[in-house]
Design a protein around this ligand. Structure first.
Ligand SMILES: Nc1ncnc2c1ncn2[C@@H]1O[C@H](COP(=O)(O)OP(=O)(O)OP(=O)(O)O)[C@@H](O)[C@H]1O
Ligand SMILES: N[C@@H](CCO)C(=O)O
Length: 322
């Protein structure tokens, strides 16, 4: 589930008086997602999503996230649009949390994506990178090298409870990534969490991208590596070359990767696997057993990290280069 903060009908109705969205007819909590509390609202007009921002979202980052959705939507990317209140603000407060209303995006996320969907995602990611150009607000990636260290310090002492030997392995990995992380690759606004549950399909096509709450400024190819990790591995932990090839072809059909970006994919993928390993490990160790949220397996990302650490050429991802 992801309803950490409950709301009352009275409070919600009062909150909605600040907006020109019609009258509330029904609402319900949305079980999916792990970060924020989401509700689906039906009104006498369009359906809406109400998001209450929770622990990992800094309130000072919200203008970046909401402004980015506006910027991308204005440039033709299909993504939710935050609705302004009558006073023009995009953000209000409900049940003591920062809260926003965003437009409802039609579609469903795919439980079993195929290679053709990976191609669509690659192309959509590249379109997002291009649409993000000219967005004037900036937000450094809080979950890059420094953020990984901070997260790791919170879990390190208990890491071997999850798998013996983890402490030493992750210390070595952090040191390797710090010493070898690429610096001079093209950068811009990245989504940073484009997992299958954040991409909607309708009928045969991709209908839009959601959940921009990790978006930030970072290397564009790092975003590609996040998608390789999230879309191109099978449940048994093996890399699916056909999906990888399709995702990369889709991306390059819109924005070709430079040689330096292509060559950096193994280390970027290693870093992005570590990023999701670390947030999952932290949640694994700190989420109370009675919490209604489904904990995600950190070891899935440790296995992916090990795969990337063993890659010796980008051909192993399905990227053909002369
Ligand atoms: N604009 C939207 N239109 C339609 N449904 C939406 C929209 N935004 C969110 N949802 C629904 O709410 C669910 C959770 O949303 P979202 O992924 O933003 O939550 P989250 O807690 O940030 O999750 P995550 O674990 O992916 O970080 C989605 O899977 C989807 O069902
Ligand atoms: N997409 C993330 C959760 C949200 O950050 C994961 O699967 O670990």
């Amino acid at each position: 589930m992801a309803v950490y903060t409950d709301i009352t009908e009275d409070d919600l109705k009062r909150f909605l008086t600040e907006y020109d969205v019609g009258d509330l007819t029904s609402y319900k909590g949305i079980a999916e997602g792990v970060e924020n509390s989401n509700f689906l609202l039906h009104t006498t007009r369009d359906p809406l999503i109400l998001t209450l921002y929770e622990k990992r979202v800094e309130k000072s980052d919200l203008p970046f996230f909401l402004g980015l959705m506006q910027h991308l939507a204005a440039r033709g990317l299909s993504c939710p649009l935050p609705l302004p209140r009558r006073d023009g603000a995009l953000l209000g407060t409900l049940s003591g949390r920062p809260a926003a209303l965003i437009s409802f995006l039609e579609g469903m996320w795919l439980r079993k994506p195929e290679a053709r969907h990976c191609r669509d995602v690659g192309a959509a990611l590249a379109k997002m990178h291009i649409a993000g150009e000219g967005f004037t607000l900036t937000r450094p990636n809080a979950l890059s090298l420094d953020g990984w260290h901070t997260l790791w310090e919170k879990s390190e002492a208990r890491a071997d409870e999850v798998e013996k030997g983890l402490q030493a392995e992750i210390r070595g990995e952090l040191a390797f990534l710090a010493a070898n992380w690429p610096k001079d690759l093209p950068a811009g606004v990245i989504h940073a969490d484009l997992f299958p549950d954040n991409v909607f399909f309708l009928g045969d096509g991709l209908s839009g991208l959601i959940d921009f709450y990790f978006a930030c400024n970072d290397l564009l190819a790092y975003d590609v590596s996040i998608c390789l990790n999230a879309w191109c591995f099978e449940k048994d932990g093996s890399y699916n070359m056909t999906k990888g090839m399709a995702l990369l072809e889709g991306y390059e059909s819109v924005r070709p990767l430079s040689r330096a970006e292509a060559e950096a994919l193994p280390i970027l993928s290693r870093g992005s696997a570590l990023r999701f390993f670390l947030t999952r490990l932290y949640d694994w160790l700190t989420t109370p057993p009675d919490a209604l949220v489904v904990k995600k397996d950190p070891l899935e990302y440790l296995r992916k990290l090990r795969f990337h650490a063993a890659v010796s050429s980008v051909g192993e991802y399905g990227l053909s280069r002369p």
